[in-house]
Design a protein around this ligand. Structure first.
Ligand code: NAD
Ligand code: MG
Length: 385
């Protein structure tokens, strides 16, 4: 049985891995819509290959080029917020693979339409957590986690009753600076920060892995997806990235999901659920690996972990501020306007500056996000002066 599929963020790391799988299993999915920010040639090429009906480019200046590249096909080229929302509700299954809070509104539109959302875009869930999960329940939408850790937990939970779970254990690779001192980390360059030892990913999440903010965002993500209090979610550094996360049950059993570090495995799981489809990912050879290692995370060297835990404990506003500040800081770091060590320092400064009543709607989440970004830009200007 074939289902319709939209891929938001089709030109990114998750988006292209999704296309790779879908094109290996053409009988499973009919691609109807693809979106991208600026990579117009890749977008048009993917739309031609998959015979999509709608291609949306965020950068309006690139629309004429997209139209030209799609000439002679049945695919309509579009730009703008309404077109992005149209793409998000156009299919039964939606891969949400836009990076950052920019993906929030389309994800919410897909939820309101009761779609099945394959959620890679963790920033949207971090910012709108309770509202998003509430809307999914209200509209009967299904959210399937694509983030490897959350997908692993979802697999290990296997529909168990929540009272049978004692805790979940999120594993973390520790990133490229796992063994560095704070002093060594301070002046790391963007090139060094994005050179992840195990995974190839987009630039933003690669920097988040280096600061370990990624694991902090994932803690918040896990709390919302699985409804467990923060005290029952542990983080464990596991440098080989073979165990993608674990669930411990009340009887002492621990279930782990393992596999080679290839995002096509969790993406394939979400695409085919509750069935399975083949992927070309390397098979795990445990005899060759011989040993796996585990360490307690160090919140002194990786303060982003502490900031995320504190933000989650303090309510609905701090996670929005944490995420917005981090997005701005990571962009500035990649642009070489601030240093690596400044990212967590500036986010910590921001968290004490921005407060608001708890948001009751997505519009209020977007307002707080905007306010936090404005404040963060001011903080960074003052920092650079
Ligand atoms: P990426 O930077 O490689 O791709 C991002 C995609 O989003 C691109 O297609 C880009 O065109 C689009 N995009 C960016 N900004 C946009 C905007 N303002 N409006 C519309 N579209 C926009 O990122 P990625 O690594 O593929 O990550 C995507 C999401 O998946 C992130 O939230 C990330 O945290 C999450 N994730 C990624 C991985 C991974 O291995 N890459 C693993 C787990 C989770
Ligand atoms: Mg992850």
């Amino acid at each position: 049985m074939s289902r319709t599929l939209a891929i938001l963020g089709a030109t990114g790391s998750i988006g292209t891995s999704t296309l790779d799988l879908v094109e290996r299993h053409p009988e499973r999915f009919e691609v109807v819509a693809l979106t991208a920010a600026t990579r117009v040639a890749e977008l048009a090429d993917a739309a031609r290959r998959t015979r999509a009906r709608l291609a949306v480019i965020d950068d309006a200046a690139l629309l004429p080029e997209l139209e030209q590249r799609l000439a002679g096909t049945d695919c309509r080229a579009a730009t703008g917020r309404d077109a992005l929302i149209e793409a998000a509700v156009s299919a039964e299954v939606v891969m949400a693979a836009i990076v950052g809070c920019a993906g929030l509104e389309p994800v919410m539109a897909a939820i309101a339409a009761g779609r099945t959302i394959l959620l890679a875009n963790k920033e949207a869930l971090v910012s709108a957590g309770a509202l998003m999960m509430g809307a999914a329940k209200q509209h009967g939408a299904t959210i399937l986690p694509v983030d490897s850790e959350h997908n692993a937990i979802f697999q290990c939970l296997a529909g168990s009753r929540s009272q049978d779970v004692s805790r979940i254990i999120l594993t973390a690779s520790g990133g490229p600076f796992r063994t560095c001192s704070l002093a060594q980390m301070r002046d790391m360059s963007p090139e060094q920060a994005v050179a992840h030892p195990n995974w190839t990913m987009g630039a933003k999440i690669s920097v988040d892995s280096a600061t370990m903010m990624n694991k902090g965002l994932e803690l918040i993500e896990a709390h919302h997806l699985f409804g467990l209090p923060p005290g029952r979610i542990d983080i464990l550094v596991h440098p080989e990235s073979v165990i993608h996360s674990m669930v411990e049950y009340v009887d002492g059993s621990v279930l782990a999901q393992m596999g080679s570090p290839d995002m096509r495995i969790p993406i394939a799981h979400a695409l085919a659920w509750p069935e399975r489809i083949a992927t070309p990912a390397a098979r795990l050879d445990l005899a060759k690996l011989a040993s796996l290692h585990f360490e307690v995370p160090d919140e002194n060297r990786f303060p982003a972990l502490r900031l995320a835990r504190e933000a989650l404990d303090s309510g609905a506003v701090a996670p929005i501020v944490l995420n917005a500040g981090n997005e701005e800081a990571v962009a500035a770091f990649l642009d070489q306007r601030i240093g690596f060590g400044d990212i967590a320092d500036l986010v910590e400064d921001l968290l004490v500056r921005v407060d608001a009543p708890a948001p009751r709607s997505i519009a209020e989440v977007v307002d707080i996000d905007r306010m936090a970004r404005d404040e963060m830009r001011g903080l960074m200007l003052a920092h650079m002066a």
